[in-house]
Design a protein around this ligand. Structure first.
Ligand SMILES: Cc1cc2nc3c(=O)[nH]c(=O)nc-3n(C[C@H](O)[C@H](O)[C@H](O)COP(=O)(O)OP(=O)(O)OC[C@H]3O[C@@H](n4cnc5c(N)ncnc54)[C@H](O)[C@@H]3O)c2cc1C
Length: 433
């Protein structure tokens, strides 16, 4: 046993764990953070878009030395069928502001930098150390952790589980259920390296400006999922992810989908001539509000992906991880400042603070969407219908516009007979509200 007792132990050095450890260390608490990877970020995968607001609340001057790739000035949202793309594009020079709102990053570099800030604030960070067990009293109270080094037992007043989506500690201790295949997506990503000038000319960018593309449609072959392409300084992050239950049912492979996406006629010219150097796979919690487990108890709290904090509609995860981590740190510090014990009753403050934040409000707003999106027509028939309608409308071929309108309406009515188009649109709209 390690004799020293800590105010808090944080398990995991992803954005949630780093935010929590930093918040507590900044407030003078004695914090130990344990990470199983060789270094913070070595095990972590993200697209990756960084949302500045969440980080700014923790490290206001982060822009001075954080490893940022490009600031995002343009967002494209694509609905794809096998040969076409219908979409929305928003580009604004306003995003070339002094303190940009979104950046692309590379997580291995970013997490390392973040961890240095955590250590500078006074937390002790130990890598290559896996927490194997939460140590509980007979009444269930968590009093510390056991690690894989020297069978060590380390004591603390509270343990923060920032172990990510597939962390097993909480589940093993019976504090949260193992996420089900219906609530977790498997995403794969590859890095396509290209010269900086090539990226800038292909995407019409200057300096560190960046473009991000989110895509859905027939590219996922009827499975619930999305794809993405993000510009970094000298590489493109290209990825795709679908629910694990859909992969199991269709027996399709994630890398097969990614290959098809990269070969799509609208994507292939963007990645042409690139050198693919890295390939990674990771899970994403996508169950939303209804999949959030119990978040606190006697001596423990859950933050980030481990608590299913991902807004799949807006592709936000790392900011929810940082925000839940920060709020957990603040709540723990408040309890400690009052010299009260880390009981479930006192730590309920964390949930109260979360409920008042955008995190819970956003997830609650979309609570019915995961069910509405579990519909294969959204990823097969509807994108095809949309593409046909666009093509009918834009092709100039001597057919009068009234006849074109009729043809489009007729095709939607025909589809309605076997898809339940109206009902599907209503449930998606309801899920959105
Ligand atoms: C392909 C992909 C693309 C994404 N794109 C975006 C995006 O563009 N923007 C965005 O905001 N979000 C994105 N996300 C989501 C985002 O990556 C996550 O929401 C975020 O990383 C969650 O942070 P976390 O700290 O909770 O978990 P993680 O980042 O998973 O960190 C958990 C850490 O805990 C460690 N750990 C686990 N168990 C133990 C143990 N027993 N002992 C010690 N250490 C342990 C792990 O090694 C890991 O370092 C994406 C995710 C994926 C997979």
């Amino acid at each position: 046993m390690i004799e020293e007792k800590f105010d808090a132990i944080v398990v995991g050095a992803g954005p949630a764990g780093n935010a929590c450890a930093l918040t507590m260390a900044q407030r003078g608490m004695k914090v130990l953070q344990l990470e199983r990877g060789e270094y913070p970020g070595s095990k972590n995968v993200q697209g990756a878009i960084l949302y500045a607001d969440a980080l700014e609340k923790l490290i206001p001057d982060f822009r001075e030395d954080a490893p940022l790739e490009r600031h995002v000035i343009e967002q494209r949202i694509w609905m794809m069928d096998d040969r076409s793309v219908s979409g929305m594009q928003y580009r604004s020079d306003d995003f070339n502001e002094e303190k940009p709102n979104r950046y692309t990053i590379i997580r291995a570099q970013f997490d390392k930098w973040f961890s240095k800030r955590v250590q500078a604030a006074g937390a002790i960070v130990i890598c290559e150390t896996t927490v194997t067990e939460l140590v509980q009293e007979t009444d269930g109270r968590v009093i510390g952790v056991r690690v894989d080094r020297n069978g060590g037992f380390i004591r603390s007043d509270v343990v923060v589980l920032a172990e990510g989506v597939n962390g097993l500690l909480g589940a093993r201790a019976g504090l949260r259920a193992v996420p089900t295949p219906k609530t977790v997506a498997l995403a794969v990503k590859e890095m396509h390296f290209l010269p900086r000038e090539t990226i800038e000319s292909r995407f019409n960018l200057q300096g560190d400006e960046g473009v991000v593309i989110e895509a859905a449609g027939t590219i996922t072959r009827g499975m619930t999922g999305t794809a993405f392409l993000y510009t970094n300084r000298e590489s493109l992050s290209v990825g795709i992810g679908c629910l694990i239950s859909d992969f199991a049912e269709t027996r399709r492979t994630p890398y097969g989908l990614l290959e098809t996406f990269a070969r799509h006629p609208s994507v292939a010219p963007l990645v042409a001539g690139s050198e693919v150097k890295e390939y990674a796979a990771h899970m994403i919690p996508e169950g939303g509000y209804k999949a959030i487990p119990q978040l606190f108890g006697d001596g423990w709290l859950i933050v980030g992906d481990a608590g299913q904090f991902v807004n799949a509609v807006h592709r936000e995860g790392s900011n929810l991880a940082m925000t839940t981590g920060r709020i957990a740190g603040e709540a723990i510090h408040q309890v400690k400042s009052r010299r009260e014990p880390m009981t479930a009753e006192n730590l309920a403050l964390y949930k109260k603070m979360l409920d008042a934040s955008f995190v819970m409000k956003d997830l609650k707003k979309y609570r019915n969407l995961p069910k509405a999106l579990d519909n294969k027509h959204l990823f097969t028939t509807y994108p095809q219908l949309l593409s046909q309608a666009m093509q009918t409308w834009f092709r100039v071929d001597g057919v009068d516009k009234k006849a074109k309108e009729n043809e489009i309406v007729k095709s939607f009515f025909k589809a309605r007979r076997f898809t339940g188009l109206v009902g599907d649109m209503v449930s998606v709209a309801r899920g959105w509200r």
